[in-house]
Design a protein around this ligand. Structure first.
Ligand SMILES: [Zn+2]
Length: 410
């Protein structure tokens, strides 16, 4: 494994520690208070009007319903055609440079691990690449090292100065908690966005080799940008799209700017990352090979294969869903979205699966009970990792819940 230090400063692997609290390490009082908030938020979620075809609630940004109660996103949805595995393999073959290597972006979550397996099975000479911005979970890390070891794959790990990155997240998160606003949550994750830039950089360094990215059209988190005023065309909101039009961008920048003016601590801390993250994520062209535009994304098959072949773990004790398992911030922002909107990104994921014909609505509802189960340990781990006091953060979250849900916090 080679470690590239993105900031050219001393990092070492000490940053790898931190995101892995045991239940006896979390103050019981904190867990109890947060459980209560989470319960209030799910009661609120249960009262919302939802699409009769998918499960999106009336609070989803920009949504409307027709007479049958079907939402605007379902009405505008068109299922894509999948060219299939052979086409994927031949397209990759066409892009190979003389050294025959392929770069696979690896986060340690289910999807990217599966794609690593698949591309290796095809017989390509794979290099795995991970960007660790300080929020990659222990389970994700273990999966990656086990798989790369088993397959004998070179693993390039790009790591910015993790300690410094966590200090920045600390400041931004403190400022955010003082004045919570759903539209600016993505700024707290801005640190992970250089991911794309470094993938391209390494692909170029290794001889302009093709780069493979395991995102999939089910994975739509466009609503996060929409909360800040971005607008996507309906079909874009239903699929993977990172590019924003100029109006959407201006609105989003304005919304971020307004929040910055209200919470001055937020921006100096993340300004640089936020800005480069913004440019990388929303403006730059992403020319990756995306296997999940060739084959349907079938959650259970992927996971089953990984478990049986690589002893892969979803890290279930720490996060109820393996989709966002590579990301230690998910328990936090999903609770915030649940409080503010009565939904999480899992509601958008399951809704997409329904639209793509991969899941029945009734099953989605059952799955969501597990997906949206509050993860107290994950939340505490996030705060502790970035050095935020649990009691203080707990009070701020109670206050946010009180303002949004109108219940007494205790
Ligand atoms: Zn719908």
């Amino acid at each position: 494994m080679s470690v590239i230090d993105a900031s050219r400063q001393e990092t070492g692997m000490e940053g790898a520690q931190g995101l892995h609290l045991q239940s006896n390490e979390v103050e019981e009082d904190f867990s109890r208070r947060m459980e209560r908030v989470a319960e209030q938020a799910s009661s609120y979620a249960a009262t919302l009007r939802r699409c009769t075809a998918c499960v999106l609630p009336e609070t989803f940004p920009g949504i409307s319903f027709n007479d049958q109660g079907v939402c605007s996103i379902c009405q505008n949805f068109q299922e894509p055609e999948y060219p299939g595995l052979e086409k994927l393999s031949s397209d990759l073959q066409d892009q190979l440079t003389p050294n025959g290597k392929v770069l696979v972006c690896l986060s340690g979550g289910r999807d990217s691990c599966y794609i690593l397996h698949l591309i290796h099975e095809f017989g390509f000479d794979v290099i795995a690449y991970t960007y660790d911005w300080g929020m990659v979970t222990t389970a994700a890390r273990e999966n990656m090292s086990r798989m790369c070891g088993d397959l004998g794959i070179e693993h390039v790990l790009v790591s910015p100065d993790i300690r410094q990155n966590r200090v920045r997240i600390h400041r931004a998160l403190r400022a955010w908690l003082k004045k919570p606003k759903l539209g600016t949550i993505p700024i707290l994750m801005a640190g992970d966005k250089p991911y794309f830039r470094w993938a391209r950089e390494i692909a170029r360094e290794r001889g302009d080799i093709p780069a493979v990215l395991a995102d999939h059209p089910m994975e739509t988190t466009g609503f996060k940008a929409m909360l800040a005023g971005a607008t996507f065309s309906p079909n874009q909101a239903g699929g993977v799209s990172y590019r924003l039009g100029p109006t959407g961008m201006a609105k989003m920048a304005l919304s971020y700017g307004l929040h910055a003016a209200q919470s001055p601590g937020m921006f100096p801390a993340l300004f640089k990352e936020g800005l480069t993250g913004f440019v990388d994520y929303y403006l730059r062209k992403h020319d990756f090979v995306r296997p999940f535009s060739y084959i349907p994304w079938e959650e259970e098959q992927l996971e089953e294969l990984l478990r049986s072949k690589y002893d892969w773990s979803s890290g279930e004790d720490r996060s109820s869903s393996s989709w966002r398992m590579g990301d230690g911030t998910a328990p936090f922002y999903n609770l915030m979205y649940q409080i503010g909107l009565g939904m999480t990104e899992h509601d958008t994921l399951r809704s997409n699966q329904i639209r793509y014909g991969l899941m029945e609505r009734s099953e989605a509802i059952t799955r969501l009970e597990t997906d949206n189960r509050f993860n107290s340990l994950g939340l505490a781990s996030y705060f502790v990792t970035v050095g935020i006091d649990l009691q203080w953060a707990g009070s701020r979250i109670e206050e946010f819940a009180f303002q949004s849900l109108g219940h007494e916090g205790n």
